[in-house]
Design a protein around this ligand. Structure first.
Ligand code: NAD
Length: 376
């Protein structure tokens, strides 16, 4: 008999603030096959929707340190299309029910979870329990306790965990981070970050369903605004206040349409972020003691564009961001290179997301944040 998604969900027992895996998957631990430093790591994509189809799979045709080894899909028709197109052997094709058998497959080193947000924790934890390294798409999970559960499962299984924040491997973003880190223009005084797009044509999509998305614009594009406010200042905020706006409540019945929030940083700098499913916007601005940097666009698939108050060159060659991101994660596994996007970063952002929703609920009240250096 086929198992339903609900059956699998029943195997995830919510404890006090954390997920625990019960049932057969705890026993399904397996080790990865031996890895040699010059081999390409096999990636399996879980969920073959638009991001996997149009971004990740094409990027995996260009990667140097990893390749598309397998797929996990709930849609049987996609199995043939993908295996024909990408020459994927039958034994590397899974569905959501038999996914745990991946523990026995030495071709697969990394499981990349590209499903609706409500399924990130389940599949990241099942991947870790199968002994595989994990990349989990953004937002990392539905809430902080799910982030903790993913981090714990990866630690327990001794596998690496990365989040799908592709911009950390992107050259314009790296230049901004370097300017902030090296204090080229002195201390940061102000940042602003906007990320949104107009959603209007598909009221049935999962992104407008709170049970699947966890929230609206904030969970989708807002995490980019949070990210860039932090890497564009080099600091975690110490407080946040937030407001929500709705101009089309008939379309956004279940999720937030537009949110603005204000950050306070430990050095007294301030930040304004905005995210929306009603506005096409995509930009970042950092103001320093002695200059400024602007990225516009700042977070789409590229090429990005940048400028600053000095005469530096902002003309970087364009490569697929996802190619760079997945190669960086593979190098982390193969060569112990730094993990640019650890699970703690995804968890930190979720703490901020929860504080933003709390502030809105409490009429814009300032919510203190105690993040230390988490995710920096
Ligand atoms: P999508 O709707 O195009 O694809 C979702 C996939 O999940 C489909 O293959 C669908 O069949 C499958 N699925 C399984 N159960 C489902 C359910 N109950 N409802 C709906 N779909 C279900 O979405 P997408 O744009 O590919 O996004 C997937 C994930 O990737 C999301 O977490 C999203 O935030 C993330 N994403 C990240 C980026 C980025 O730039 N890092 C860009 C796009 C999407």
């Amino acid at each position: 008999m086929k198992k339903s998604r609900r059956d699998f969900n029943n195997l995830l027992i919510r404890g006090a603030g954390s997920f625990v895996l019960a049932g057969p998957f705890n026993a399904a631990r397996a080790t990865l096959g031996p890895i040699t430093p010059n081999q390409k790591l096999g990636i399996v994509l879980v969920g073959l929707g638009s991001y996997s189809t149009y971004q990740l799979a094409p990027a995996l045709q260009q990667t140097q340190y990893c390749y598309l080894a397998g797929i996990v899909t709930g849609t049987p028709e996609k199995e043939k299309t993908w295996s024909d197109k990408y020459d994927i052997p039958k034994e590397n094709i899974y569905n959501y029910e038999n996914f745990d058998k991946i523990s026995e497959n030495p071709d697969i080193h990394i499981v990349y979870v590209v499903l609706p947000n409500s399924m990130h924790a389940e599949f990241s934890i099942r991947a870790a329990n199968a002994g595989k390294h994990v990349i989990c798409e953004k937002p990392m999970a539905m809430n902080v306790s799910e982030c903790n559960a993913i981090i714990d499962a990866c630690k327990k299984a001794k596998v690496k965990l990365g989040v799908g924040y592709r911009l950390h491997s992107e050259p314009y973003t790296r230049e901004l981070k370097s300017i902030v880190h090296k204090k080229d223009f002195g201390e940061v005084r102000y940042v602003t970050a906007d990320a949104g797009y107009y959603s209007g044509s598909n009221p049935g999509q999962w992104r407008l369903n709170k049970a699947l998305a966890g929230g609206g614009a904030l969970m989708n594009m807002g995490v980019y605004s949070i990210q860039s406010a932090i890497y564009g200042s080099g600091m975690n905020p110490v407080s946040v206040s937030a407001q929500e706006f709705s101009t089309r409540p008939e379309y956004f019945k279940d999720t937030d349409e537009t949110i603005t929030a204000q950050f306070e940083f430990p050095n007294g700098a301030t930040g304004n972020i905005m995210t929306s499913h009603n506005v096409n916007i995509n930009r970042h601005y950092s103001n320093f003691e002695n200059g400024w940097v602007e990225l516009n666009p700042a977070n789409h698939y590229g090429p990005l564009a940048g400028g600053s108050s000095d005469n530096r060159n902002w003309d970087f060659p364009h490569e697929r961001q996802q190619k760079l991101q997945m190669d960086d994660f593979a190098k982390h596994i193969l060569h112990d290179a730094p993990n640019l996007i650890p699970g703690e970063m995804g968890k930190r952002d979720m703490i901020i997301v929860e504080a933003i929703y709390q502030s809105i609920k409490e009429g814009g009240k300032k919510i203190p944040l105690d993040l230390g250096n988490m995710g920096l």
